[in-house]
Design a protein around this ligand. Structure first.
Ligand code: CDM
Ligand code: ATP
Length: 289
Protein backbone atom coordinates (compact mmCIF):
# COMPACT_ATOMS: atom_id res chain seq x y z
CA UNK A 1 0.00 0.00 0.00
CA UNK A 2 1.28 3.44 -1.01
CA UNK A 3 0.31 7.01 -0.20
CA UNK A 4 1.50 10.27 -1.75
CA UNK A 5 1.46 13.29 0.54
CA UNK A 6 2.16 16.90 -0.37
CA UNK A 7 4.54 18.85 1.87
CA UNK A 8 4.29 22.58 1.11
CA UNK A 9 6.84 25.21 2.17
CA UNK A 10 5.94 28.12 4.44
CA UNK A 11 6.91 31.76 4.51
CA UNK A 12 6.75 34.06 7.52
CA UNK A 13 4.79 37.22 6.71
CA UNK A 14 5.63 38.49 10.17
CA UNK A 15 8.11 37.18 12.72
CA UNK A 16 8.59 38.74 16.15
CA UNK A 17 10.64 37.52 19.12
CA UNK A 18 9.43 38.57 22.55
CA UNK A 19 12.10 37.14 24.87
CA UNK A 20 14.40 34.22 25.53
CA UNK A 21 12.84 31.45 27.61
CA UNK A 22 14.38 29.46 30.44
CA UNK A 23 14.40 26.37 28.15
CA UNK A 24 16.73 28.19 25.70
CA UNK A 25 14.08 28.70 23.02
CA UNK A 26 12.67 32.11 22.13
CA UNK A 27 9.08 33.14 22.68
CA UNK A 28 7.81 34.12 19.23
CA UNK A 29 4.77 35.60 17.52
CA UNK A 30 4.65 34.80 13.83
CA UNK A 31 2.25 34.84 10.94
CA UNK A 32 2.93 31.97 8.62
CA UNK A 33 1.36 30.88 5.39
CA UNK A 34 1.90 27.86 3.13
CA UNK A 35 2.88 28.38 -0.50
CA UNK A 36 2.50 26.33 -3.64
CA UNK A 37 6.08 25.03 -3.55
CA UNK A 38 6.06 21.51 -2.19
CA UNK A 39 8.07 18.36 -1.62
CA UNK A 40 6.39 15.04 -2.46
CA UNK A 41 6.49 12.44 0.27
CA UNK A 42 5.63 8.90 -0.79
CA UNK A 43 4.92 6.43 1.99
CA UNK A 44 4.99 2.68 1.34
CA UNK A 45 3.73 0.30 4.00
CA UNK A 46 6.32 -2.31 5.07
CA UNK A 47 5.51 -5.43 7.00
CA UNK A 48 8.90 -5.40 8.74
CA UNK A 49 9.37 -3.18 11.80
CA UNK A 50 11.65 -0.74 9.93
CA UNK A 51 11.82 2.91 8.84
CA UNK A 52 13.67 3.57 5.58
CA UNK A 53 14.35 6.97 4.05
CA UNK A 54 15.09 7.50 0.38
CA UNK A 55 16.00 10.89 -1.03
CA UNK A 56 18.07 11.80 -4.04
CA UNK A 57 19.08 15.16 -2.60
CA UNK A 58 22.61 15.06 -1.23
CA UNK A 59 21.82 17.64 1.47
CA UNK A 60 19.01 15.54 2.93
CA UNK A 61 20.01 12.92 5.53
CA UNK A 62 18.70 9.39 4.93
CA UNK A 63 18.80 8.25 8.56
CA UNK A 64 17.40 9.23 11.95
CA UNK A 65 18.59 12.82 11.40
CA UNK A 66 15.83 13.22 8.82
CA UNK A 67 12.80 14.93 10.41
CA UNK A 68 10.45 12.60 8.49
CA UNK A 69 12.26 9.63 10.05
CA UNK A 70 11.81 11.21 13.49
CA UNK A 71 8.09 11.67 12.80
CA UNK A 72 7.67 7.98 11.94
CA UNK A 73 9.74 6.91 14.96
CA UNK A 74 7.66 9.05 17.33
CA UNK A 75 4.40 7.54 16.08
CA UNK A 76 5.85 4.01 16.29
CA UNK A 77 7.02 4.50 19.87
CA UNK A 78 3.90 6.24 21.10
CA UNK A 79 1.38 3.86 19.53
CA UNK A 80 3.43 0.62 19.56
CA UNK A 81 3.22 0.30 15.78
CA UNK A 82 4.92 -2.89 14.61
CA UNK A 83 4.58 -2.20 10.89
CA UNK A 84 7.22 -0.20 9.04
CA UNK A 85 7.43 2.38 6.29
CA UNK A 86 9.58 3.38 3.32
CA UNK A 87 9.60 7.18 3.08
CA UNK A 88 10.64 8.55 -0.34
CA UNK A 89 11.19 12.29 -0.31
CA UNK A 90 11.28 14.15 -3.60
CA UNK A 91 12.66 17.56 -2.68
CA UNK A 92 11.59 20.75 -4.41
CA UNK A 93 11.86 23.03 -1.38
CA UNK A 94 15.44 24.34 -1.05
CA UNK A 95 17.23 22.91 2.01
CA UNK A 96 18.22 25.09 5.01
CA UNK A 97 16.45 27.97 3.34
CA UNK A 98 14.01 29.32 5.96
CA UNK A 99 11.09 27.62 4.21
CA UNK A 100 10.52 24.78 6.72
CA UNK A 101 11.24 22.05 4.18
CA UNK A 102 12.27 19.42 6.71
CA UNK A 103 9.43 20.38 9.06
CA UNK A 104 6.90 20.06 6.27
CA UNK A 105 8.24 16.62 5.28
CA UNK A 106 7.84 15.57 8.93
CA UNK A 107 4.30 16.98 9.05
CA UNK A 108 3.36 15.22 5.80
CA UNK A 109 4.76 11.98 7.21
CA UNK A 110 2.61 12.38 10.34
CA UNK A 111 -0.53 13.02 8.28
CA UNK A 112 0.24 10.16 5.92
CA UNK A 113 1.17 7.57 8.54
CA UNK A 114 -1.97 8.43 10.48
CA UNK A 115 -3.80 6.93 7.48
CA UNK A 116 -1.32 4.22 6.47
CA UNK A 117 -1.06 2.84 10.02
CA UNK A 118 -4.77 3.48 10.82
CA UNK A 119 -4.03 5.52 13.93
CA UNK A 120 -7.21 7.60 13.89
CA UNK A 121 -5.54 10.73 15.30
CA UNK A 122 -6.94 14.25 14.90
CA UNK A 123 -4.93 17.08 13.30
CA UNK A 124 -4.61 18.66 16.77
CA UNK A 125 -3.09 15.43 18.12
CA UNK A 126 -0.71 15.21 15.15
CA UNK A 127 0.30 18.85 15.64
CA UNK A 128 1.02 18.20 19.31
CA UNK A 129 3.20 15.21 18.43
CA UNK A 130 4.88 17.29 15.70
CA UNK A 131 5.93 19.95 18.20
CA UNK A 132 8.34 17.40 19.70
CA UNK A 133 10.19 17.24 16.37
CA UNK A 134 10.61 20.96 15.72
CA UNK A 135 9.00 24.34 16.33
CA UNK A 136 7.63 24.70 12.77
CA UNK A 137 6.14 21.19 12.51
CA UNK A 138 2.81 21.95 14.24
CA UNK A 139 2.03 24.73 11.78
CA UNK A 140 3.01 22.47 8.87
CA UNK A 141 0.57 19.78 10.07
CA UNK A 142 -2.33 22.21 9.50
CA UNK A 143 -0.99 24.39 6.66
CA UNK A 144 -2.97 27.41 5.51
CA UNK A 145 -2.40 30.70 7.28
CA UNK A 146 -1.95 31.05 11.03
CA UNK A 147 -0.67 32.98 13.98
CA UNK A 148 1.97 30.92 15.79
CA UNK A 149 2.96 31.64 19.39
CA UNK A 150 5.00 30.00 22.14
CA UNK A 151 8.10 28.59 20.48
CA UNK A 152 5.99 28.32 17.32
CA UNK A 153 3.73 25.41 18.28
CA UNK A 154 0.64 27.31 19.51
CA UNK A 155 -1.42 27.75 16.36
CA UNK A 156 -4.44 29.98 15.70
CA UNK A 157 -6.01 29.66 12.26
CA UNK A 158 -6.37 32.78 10.06
CA UNK A 159 -8.16 33.42 6.76
CA UNK A 160 -6.35 33.51 3.42
CA UNK A 161 -4.17 36.57 2.73
CA UNK A 162 -5.08 38.74 -0.29
CA UNK A 163 -4.33 37.07 -3.63
CA UNK A 164 -0.83 37.83 -4.90
CA UNK A 165 2.29 36.31 -6.40
CA UNK A 166 5.21 35.31 -4.18
CA UNK A 167 8.62 35.34 -5.87
CA UNK A 168 11.25 33.47 -3.86
CA UNK A 169 14.98 33.77 -4.35
CA UNK A 170 17.50 31.67 -2.47
CA UNK A 171 21.16 32.62 -2.58
CA UNK A 172 23.88 29.95 -2.72
CA UNK A 173 24.24 29.78 1.08
CA UNK A 174 22.50 27.77 3.80
CA UNK A 175 21.70 29.24 7.21
CA UNK A 176 21.62 27.64 10.66
CA UNK A 177 18.42 28.60 12.50
CA UNK A 178 20.08 27.99 15.89
CA UNK A 179 22.92 30.36 15.05
CA UNK A 180 20.57 33.13 13.91
CA UNK A 181 18.55 32.92 17.16
CA UNK A 182 21.80 32.81 19.15
CA UNK A 183 23.07 36.00 17.51
CA UNK A 184 19.80 37.90 17.91
CA UNK A 185 20.21 41.03 20.05
CA UNK A 186 16.99 41.26 22.03
CA UNK A 187 17.58 44.91 22.92
CA UNK A 188 16.90 47.62 20.42
CA UNK A 189 15.24 45.61 17.68
CA UNK A 190 12.33 46.92 15.68
CA UNK A 191 9.24 44.79 16.31
CA UNK A 192 6.78 44.18 13.48
CA UNK A 193 3.15 44.94 14.28
CA UNK A 194 1.54 41.50 14.35
CA UNK A 195 -1.92 42.83 15.18
CA UNK A 196 -1.88 45.15 12.17
CA UNK A 197 -0.87 42.20 9.97
CA UNK A 198 -3.75 40.14 11.34
CA UNK A 199 -6.13 43.05 10.58
CA UNK A 200 -4.66 43.36 7.07
CA UNK A 201 -5.26 39.66 6.40
CA UNK A 202 -8.74 39.65 7.88
CA UNK A 203 -9.61 42.82 5.91
CA UNK A 204 -8.13 41.37 2.69
CA UNK A 205 -6.08 44.59 2.49
CA UNK A 206 -3.10 43.95 0.18
CA UNK A 207 -1.53 47.39 0.71
CA UNK A 208 -1.62 46.92 4.47
CA UNK A 209 -0.07 43.44 4.20
CA UNK A 210 2.81 45.03 2.23
CA UNK A 211 3.26 47.74 4.85
CA UNK A 212 3.35 45.29 7.74
CA UNK A 213 5.74 42.59 6.50
CA UNK A 214 8.48 42.30 9.14
CA UNK A 215 11.00 39.82 10.54
CA UNK A 216 13.29 40.51 13.51
CA UNK A 217 15.70 37.77 12.39
CA UNK A 218 16.38 39.56 9.11
CA UNK A 219 19.13 41.90 10.38
CA UNK A 220 21.04 39.00 11.93
CA UNK A 221 21.19 37.04 8.67
CA UNK A 222 21.80 40.20 6.62
CA UNK A 223 24.85 40.95 8.76
CA UNK A 224 26.15 37.40 8.36
CA UNK A 225 25.45 37.26 4.62
CA UNK A 226 25.40 40.65 2.82
CA UNK A 227 24.29 38.91 -0.41
CA UNK A 228 20.83 38.54 1.15
CA UNK A 229 20.54 42.34 1.34
CA UNK A 230 21.61 42.54 -2.31
CA UNK A 231 18.82 40.18 -3.32
CA UNK A 232 16.33 42.29 -1.35
CA UNK A 233 17.50 45.39 -3.24
CA UNK A 234 17.30 43.62 -6.59
CA UNK A 235 13.73 42.49 -5.91
CA UNK A 236 12.70 46.01 -4.98
CA UNK A 237 14.40 47.40 -8.07
CA UNK A 238 12.57 44.92 -10.31
CA UNK A 239 9.28 46.16 -8.85
CA UNK A 240 8.23 44.04 -5.85
CA UNK A 241 5.62 45.81 -3.72
CA UNK A 242 7.24 44.49 -0.52
CA UNK A 243 10.22 42.25 0.21
CA UNK A 244 11.16 40.19 3.27
CA UNK A 245 13.45 37.36 4.32
CA UNK A 246 11.56 34.21 5.36
CA UNK A 247 12.26 32.66 8.79
CA UNK A 248 15.96 32.59 9.60
CA UNK A 249 16.73 32.91 5.88
CA UNK A 250 18.46 33.09 3.57
CA UNK A 251 15.47 32.91 1.18
CA UNK A 252 14.01 36.30 0.31
CA UNK A 253 10.47 36.70 -0.99
CA UNK A 254 8.80 39.57 -2.77
CA UNK A 255 5.09 40.03 -3.38
CA UNK A 256 3.23 41.54 -6.33
CA UNK A 257 -0.28 41.34 -7.71
CA UNK A 258 0.31 41.77 -11.45
CA UNK A 259 1.51 38.91 -13.66
CA UNK A 260 3.75 41.18 -15.74
CA UNK A 261 5.69 42.36 -12.71
CA UNK A 262 5.96 38.82 -11.39
CA UNK A 263 7.61 37.82 -14.72
CA UNK A 264 9.95 40.81 -14.60
CA UNK A 265 11.17 39.98 -11.09
CA UNK A 266 11.39 36.23 -11.76
CA UNK A 267 13.44 36.72 -14.94
CA UNK A 268 15.55 39.44 -13.35
CA UNK A 269 16.54 37.29 -10.40
CA UNK A 270 17.28 34.09 -12.32
CA UNK A 271 20.99 33.71 -12.91
CA UNK A 272 21.69 35.95 -9.94
CA UNK A 273 20.42 33.37 -7.44
CA UNK A 274 20.74 29.67 -6.79
CA UNK A 275 17.00 29.00 -6.98
CA UNK A 276 14.09 31.26 -7.97
CA UNK A 277 10.37 30.41 -7.86
CA UNK A 278 7.14 32.29 -8.53
CA UNK A 279 4.21 30.75 -6.68
CA UNK A 280 0.83 31.47 -5.11
CA UNK A 281 0.01 31.33 -1.42
CA UNK A 282 -2.19 28.31 -0.68
CA UNK A 283 -4.50 30.54 1.36
CA UNK A 284 -6.64 29.14 4.11
CA UNK A 285 -6.37 25.83 5.89
CA UNK A 286 -7.75 22.91 3.93
CA UNK A 287 -7.01 19.24 3.70
CA UNK A 288 -3.47 18.87 2.35
CA UNK A 289 -3.91 15.27 1.24
C1 CDM B 1 12.82 30.51 12.18
C2 CDM B 1 11.55 29.68 12.12
O1 CDM B 1 11.64 28.76 11.03
C3 CDM B 1 10.39 30.62 11.82
O2 CDM B 1 9.24 29.93 11.39
C4 CDM B 1 11.30 28.93 13.41
O3 CDM B 1 11.24 29.82 14.51
C5 CDM B 1 12.35 27.87 13.67
O4 CDM B 1 11.72 26.64 13.57
P1 CDM B 1 12.52 25.25 13.50
O5 CDM B 1 13.59 25.31 12.45
O6 CDM B 1 11.46 24.20 13.40
O7 CDM B 1 13.23 25.27 14.89
P2 CDM B 1 13.70 24.07 15.85
O8 CDM B 1 14.20 22.94 15.01
O9 CDM B 1 12.64 23.81 16.86
O10 CDM B 1 14.91 24.77 16.58
C6 CDM B 1 16.15 25.02 15.99
C7 CDM B 1 16.92 25.96 16.91
O11 CDM B 1 16.40 27.30 16.76
C8 CDM B 1 16.30 27.95 18.02
N1 CDM B 1 14.90 28.34 18.26
C9 CDM B 1 13.89 27.82 17.52
C10 CDM B 1 12.59 28.22 17.75
C11 CDM B 1 12.35 29.17 18.77
N2 CDM B 1 11.10 29.58 19.01
N3 CDM B 1 13.37 29.65 19.49
C12 CDM B 1 14.66 29.26 19.25
O12 CDM B 1 15.58 29.74 19.92
C13 CDM B 1 16.83 26.97 19.04
O13 CDM B 1 18.19 27.28 19.24
C14 CDM B 1 16.75 25.63 18.38
O14 CDM B 1 17.74 24.78 18.81
N1 ATP C 1 13.36 16.02 5.27
C1 ATP C 1 14.35 16.93 5.32
N2 ATP C 1 14.52 17.81 4.32
C2 ATP C 1 15.51 18.74 4.38
N3 ATP C 1 16.42 18.83 5.37
C3 ATP C 1 16.30 17.97 6.39
C4 ATP C 1 15.27 17.00 6.41
N4 ATP C 1 15.38 16.31 7.55
C5 ATP C 1 16.43 16.83 8.21
N5 ATP C 1 17.01 17.82 7.53
C6 ATP C 1 18.18 18.61 7.99
O1 ATP C 1 17.67 19.84 8.48
C7 ATP C 1 18.48 20.95 8.06
C8 ATP C 1 17.58 22.16 7.85
O2 ATP C 1 16.79 21.91 6.72
P1 ATP C 1 15.39 22.60 6.40
O3 ATP C 1 15.28 22.61 4.91
O4 ATP C 1 14.30 21.97 7.15
O5 ATP C 1 15.67 24.06 6.96
P2 ATP C 1 14.79 25.36 7.04
O6 ATP C 1 13.91 25.46 5.84
O7 ATP C 1 15.70 26.50 7.28
O8 ATP C 1 13.89 25.12 8.30
P3 ATP C 1 13.07 26.17 9.15
O9 ATP C 1 12.50 27.18 8.19
O10 ATP C 1 12.04 25.29 9.81
O11 ATP C 1 14.05 26.77 10.12
C9 ATP C 1 19.19 20.46 6.80
O12 ATP C 1 20.48 20.98 6.72
C10 ATP C 1 19.20 18.95 6.91
O13 ATP C 1 20.45 18.46 7.35
Amino acid sequence: MKLLVKAPAKINLSLDVLHKRPDGYHEVEMIMTTIDLADRVELTLLNQDKIHILSHNRYVPDDQRNLAYQAAQLLKDRFQVTKGVLICIEKTIPVAAGLAGGSSDAAATLRGLNKLWNLGLTLDELAEIGSEIGSDVSFCVYGGTALAKGRGEMITDLPAPPTCWVILAKPFIGVSTAEVYRRLDLNGMQHPNINEMIKAIKGNDYQKVCENLGNVLEDVTLNLHPEVAQIKDQMKRFGADAVLMSGSGPTVFGIVQHDSRMHRIYNGLRGFCDQVFAVRMLGERHSLD
